[in-house]
Design a protein around this ligand. Structure first.
Ligand code: G3P
Ligand code: CA
Length: 238
């Protein structure tokens, strides 16, 4: 059965990349969550999509210029009633020990080359013994190769926006067990071929009914969606 990953948590209804959005995705019955990580000035791994805090929080400026204790004072639920801090990755991994969710950690190190990000994330995943429930993805494919070298026991998956030729060959060449394409970048046949070659396919960001139906019908490995509740409603039971 196609797994459902809640993109930035249940972000269709809750503030993205907050504990609230992750908890609600779990309550809704999602199989996993997807989240994005960046590094603070003092090297803490925090869960936020953009390099700057401006769009999603009450603050302004680059994540890399905040100390962890400073960034924690910002409100990441600025449209909601209840104030929510930007989560640390530690906080999310601790919470994951209380459930059975899968978690796709996207390393946001494409625009800012955060020194040592992969090592820090791997250290925490090992510390919490979550290696078999974590998938590391990135648009920075050097980072994917490096992560595999450092931690072959953790699944990796390159992200990409446009179509590539024989994606299973590419994935195998960088020792990735999965691939995370933009949902429109792979036809049914290419997805099926990729899965038949042993590579998991988890397209993003799948929000429309028709796109969900297409991927459920071919039993795609997983979808990454803002709306896990809708996806769960549409997913065909086997
Ligand atoms: O992991 C898939 C997706 O999250 C990648 O794009 O910009 O939403 O992080 P973005
Ligand atoms: Ca992401």
């Amino acid at each position: 059965m196609t797994q459902i990953f809640a993109h930035r948590g249940y972000s269709a209804s809750y503030a993205e990349n907050t504990m609230g959005a992750f908890v609600e995705a779990h309550k809704a019955g999602a199989d996993g969550i997807e989240l994005d990580v960046q590094l603070t000035k003092d090297g803490e791994i925090v869960v936020i999509h953009d390099e700057k805090v401006d769009r999603t929080t009450s603050g302004n400026g680059f994540v890399k210029d905040f100390l962890y204790k400073e960034i924690r004072k910002l409100n990441a639920n600025k449209k909601g009633i209840k104030k929510e801090p930007i989560p640390s990755l530690i906080e999310v991994l601790e919470w994951m020990k209380t459930n059975k969710l899968l978690c796709n950690i996207e390393l946001k190190n494409g625009l800012i080359p955060y020194e040592g990000m992969e090592d820090k994330v791997i250290e925490l995943v090992r510390k919490y013994n979550l290696m078999d429930r974590i998938i590391l993805s990135s648009f920075n494919h050097y980072s994917i190769v490096y992560s595999y070298r450092m931690a072959p026991e953790i699944e990796t998956a390159p992200l990409f926006i446009e179509g590539i030729y024989m994606p299973w060959i590419y994935s195998q060449s960088i020792r990735a067990k999965g691939i995370h394409p933009k949902h429109s970048a792979m036809s049914d046949n290419i997805i099926i071929n990729t899965m038949e070659n042993g590579i998991a396919v988890r397209p993003y960001t799948v929000n429309k009914d028709a796109d969900m139906n297409r991927l459920f019908n071919i039993n795609c490995t997983a979808i990454i969606t803002d709306d896990p509740v809708k996806a769960l409603r549409i997913r065909k039971p086997y």
